[in-house]
Ligand binder design. Structure first.
Ligand SMILES: CC(=O)SCCNC(=O)CCNC(=O)[C@H](O)C(C)(C)COP(=O)(O)OP(=O)(O)OC[C@H]1O[C@@H](n2cnc3c(N)ncnc32)[C@H](O)[C@@H]1OP(=O)(O)O
Length: 194
């Protein structure tokens, strides 16, 4: 068990091994954190940890609805998707921040690896679904989640990381060394955006 979370009764089913977070080299951070905020001290009552299979009961989907449309997802569907992701070992890294005083998930961000033949059978990483509960924004939690995933990507040997975001978020991601390039981002939707 890491110091990301105190053990509680029963088995804790994490999406990925929390111990890997201990291996992150925090000295490589690209942005500044004020007031001693770090991945081990995200804030009063807050813990950073991998997603758990029971986080649907900690308002995880309600948080995701602050990012985009979630639709109807049953507990069964949530657990099946969780286990499908977990089986693809080394592919899905979803980090969350839990407020232990309310037992709610208040932040989340995902790092997804794509295995390639190119680049010496390398892997690229994509940062996706970054969101912080509206009541917790401006406390450096979004920055903490993204910075941790960038360092995790580096630790696990990606040859590049990429993400898509709205134009008004470009400044936020530049904090971590992301830069716009001259490639077009193209998309074909099969369900209309609303
Ligand atoms: C790849 C993707 O997932 S893109 C989708 C991004 N998510 C969303 O749009 C969902 C709604 N928005 C949110 O959940 C939040 O506003 C987030 C995740 C973007 C930011 O989370 P927060 O916890 O509020 O940000 P945080 O407090 O860590 O801000 C860190 C720094 O970034 C800066 N920042 C925040 N938003 C922006 C922005 N749009 N442009 C430039 N800088 C920004 C802050 O000023 C702060 O700077 P400082 O540390 O120098 O004071």
């Amino acid at each position: 068990m890491t110091n990301f979370e105190e053990p509680i009764n029963g088995t804790i089913n994490y999406l990925f091994d929390p111990n890997i977070l201990e291996e992150i080299d925090w000295s490589k951070i690209k942005c500044n954190f004020q007031n001693g905020v770090s991945y081990k001290k995200p804030g009063d009552g807050l813990v950073v940890r991998p997603l758990r299979d029971d986080d649907i009961h900690r308002d995880y989907l309600l948080l995701m609805s602050q990012l985009t449309k979630v639709g109807i997802v049953t507990e069964e569907q949530f657990k099946k998707r969780f286990e499908d992701m977990k089986r693809c070992e080394g592919t899905y890294y979803i980090l969350v921040i839990e407020d232990k005083s309310t037992n709610k998930i208040v932040g989340s961000s995902s790092l997804i690896f794509e295995q390639k033949f190119i680049h010496s059978a390398g892997q690229r990483g994509r940062i996706e679904d970054v969101v912080v509960n509206g009541d917790y924004r401006g406390k450096q939690l979004g920055k903490l989640l993204v910075q941790l995933l960038v360092l995790l990507g580096e630790l696990l040997g990606v040859y590049k990381l990429s993400l898509e975001c709205k134009h008004d978020k470009v400044g936020f991601y530049e904090n971590f060394g992301f830069a716009k390039d001259d490639q077009a981002f193209m998309i074909r939707r099969f369900i209309e955006k609303n």
